[in-house]
Write a protein that binds this ligand. Structure first.
Ligand code: ATP
Ligand code: MG
Length: 184
């Protein structure tokens, strides 16, 4: 029988990365990866799944990383106590179909599903369908999923999972409002 050679350390593999947990830094860590990738002339696509989360700071910085970073913020967004869950589901579906096409196009070396964990947690979108997409993703594309409450199944499938742990938050202990450059 042929002996298995050890994995080539230079082999490029697209990772499934999850940033989750209660502490701050999930989205900014994902944006940091986008910045790093763009510096390597890699193309990055970001789908922003949440309403009102897209801040001027990151948006303007990404404009400067054009053409390497492309971002689509979902206008309609999502709410937790909506009277129109069907509307939210339709929006999630629309966003998903766009990012799916981008992922499968292989035009991007990194695809970020920003706040996807919320969408899955609140069942605006069927998780199994998303996991199936990840299972069949182009091998070399890195996928980053952010948001609290990452599911067990997603964590199981991922290669790199980081849980941000909240130790202190300026608003929580001191009521300090959002600061420019830190929160937006
Ligand atoms: P960031 O975008 O700064 O990386 P995040 O993606 O980890 O943060 P989210 O769960 O998306 O955080 O939350 C959105 C915002 O809510 C963050 O900017 C964060 O600072 C803020 N936030 C998180 N925890 C608290 C808290 N306990 N009190 C007030 N605001 C909070
Ligand atoms: Mg976030």
């Amino acid at each position: 029988m042929k002996k298995q050679s050890p994995a080539d350390p230079r082999k490029r593999k697209g990772l499934i990365i999850v940033n989750t947990g209660e502490g701050k830094g999930k989205s900014t860590a994902a944006f940091g990866l986008a910045m790093r990738a763009a510096g390597n002339k890699m193309n990055v696509f970001i789908m922003q799944f949440m309403k009102g989360q897209w801040k001027a700071g990151e948006r303007k910085s990404f404009e400067k990383l054009d053409p390497y970073v492309e971002v689509i913020p979902m206008g309609d967004g999502f709410t937790w106590d909506t009277n129109n869950i069907e509307q939210d589901k339709a929006t999630a579906r629309k966003a998903y179909e766009i990012v799916k096409e981008k992922l499968l196009s292989e035009k991007y070396q990194m695809v970020i599903f920003e706040e996807i964990n919320y969408v899955l947690h609140y069942q605006f979108f069927p998780e199994d369908e998303f996991l199936e997409l990840l299972k069949n993703k182009p091998e070399k594309v890195h996928v980053v999923c952010t948001g609290r409450n990452a599911s067990e199944k997603l964590i199981e499938m991922a290669d790199l999972v980081t849980e941000m742990k909240m130790i202190k938050h300026p608003f929580k202990e001191q009521g300090i409002p959002a600061q420019k450059g830190i929160e937006f």
